[in-house]
Design a protein around this ligand. Sequence first.
Ligand code: B12
Ligand code: SF4
Length: 474
Amino acid sequence: MIATRRKVVLYNPHAVFFTMPLALLAVGSHLDPERYEVVIIDGRLDPDAERTLVSQLHDAVCLGVTVLTGAPISDALRISRAAKAAHPQLPVVWGGWHPSMFGIECLAEPCVDVTVQGQGEATFAEIVERLAAGDSLEGCAGCMVRLPDGRVLKNPARPLLPLDSFRPHDYGLIPVERYFELKGKRQLDYISSQGCNFRCAFCSDPFVYGREWVGIDPQNVALALRDLQARYGFTDVNFQDETFFTRRDRVQALAQRLIDEKVEITWAATMRADQGMRLPQELWALAKRSGLRRLLVGVESGDNAMLKRIKKDIKIEQVYEVARRMQEMKIAGNFPFIVGFPDETDESVAATIACVKRLRAMSPDFETPIFYFKPYPGSAIVLEAVSKGFRLPDNLSEWSQFDFVAGLPGPWVSGTKYQLIERFKFFQELAWRRTSAGWDLLQRLARFRCRRDEYRWPIEMNLLNWLQPRERLS
Ligand code: B12
Ligand code: SF4
């Protein structure tokens, strides 16, 4: 039986971090292992990924590529073109966030034959079955296909399916140890839910998952982690869910079961400030006992009026209250902010800076990264900007240049504002980070600067940046 398995090759493009390729794990694991041999190639791990990939494609049913908006598109294009050049008949399927929103536009590229919209497990399984049988993809829900005459066939959407109806993720498909090495820690990436019920105007999620949310049964999550830990010996789990705390009963059952099963790990996850406010104290304590070590709480802006405009549906006071609880319980925090929303006022940016200062000073274990607003495709605020004349890229090549990572501001941040924010970020970080004794003087100076909002003549910044150039993330 095993000898007759057909190969399905999956590719994860280059990216800046070494998070495990969970999307490919999800779609690859759901294929029937008796009938398909899944090969995952990760461009971040393999210096000659193109060659490896081409060598695997002989007789493959198809190539599947996961594609985020921005730089990963160029790598996805490079690989897909190489695959087509070597095997012109091989169907190339793109899935993930960009093809979910721009399925038709991606099909304008000759090396892409099929795009998948939204959740991919069931759609990809059906695509693979049909391709393996030589059948057409007409009527295959959840995907778009370019027909031989060049027309695009838009199949109906596929409803979001419960995650427990899929095969569990088979981490044997990826070199887990290699990811541990590259991350520099024995940390497993795990996804326990998909989608999000909220409506933040700057986020693509409402467009890709239609404000729906599905989660794996907490008992299954706990048991999977127990078994995976026995196999891989990790010490920490990074839940990559968009909103891990969507259902309180689920978190409670998971935390309890992790304790009962004696799964000795720490874990990190995302939490909205309003969810944190609603979480009873006993559940905070239970989560902490089960290993909760760090929360990512999206703040976005320190200005309540801006929070309202971007439909974040939280109040800044909720953030402070949740931060206070985290501080009390010694839970580390990452509180990301965004500045430079279209037409954002100076007062709004100043409120964000004040909020960053307040949170950062609460604990050396609180991080407060500030990102510049980038017009993520699909989001409501971008549609508004477009209606006022902002031009979004209109082809794949332009989208691939649409750099989310370089940390440069969008058109809504003036040069002076950018300079101020960059300096503030630098001194704020230096002022509060844990450092060794030799840093005392610099750190005291940085705190003085932040207290006074005095960022002129940043000699320390220029010197340190010269000595230790930093990778620029947005
Ligand atoms: C891990 C992660 C990363 C990793 C990527 C690791 C990798 N594999 O290369 C890193 C850290 C590098 C990263 C970077 C960024 N990310 Co990111 N990231 C995530 C995160 C947290 C998890 C992704 C994941 O694995 N999900 C789990 C899988 C199971 O879900 P999924 O991706 O939706 O996949 C399903 C479907 O999309 C589909 N599918 C996906 N791929 C494929 C492929 C095929 C062939 C098929 C058939 C189907 C299919 O099927 C899957 C199963 O149902 C998501 C949020 C989230 N929870 O999804 C954000 C998210 C994807 N990132 C996002 C953003 C904005 C960024 C950054 C711009 C952030 C920043 N400011 O720097 C950067 C830069 C990206 C870039 N342009 O280079 C956005 C989406 C943006 C977009 N339109 O592409 C998300 C949704 C977060 C958010 N809500 O804003 N990210
Ligand atoms: S920013 Fe977070 S909470 Fe808001 S819609 Fe996106 S995923 Fe949901």
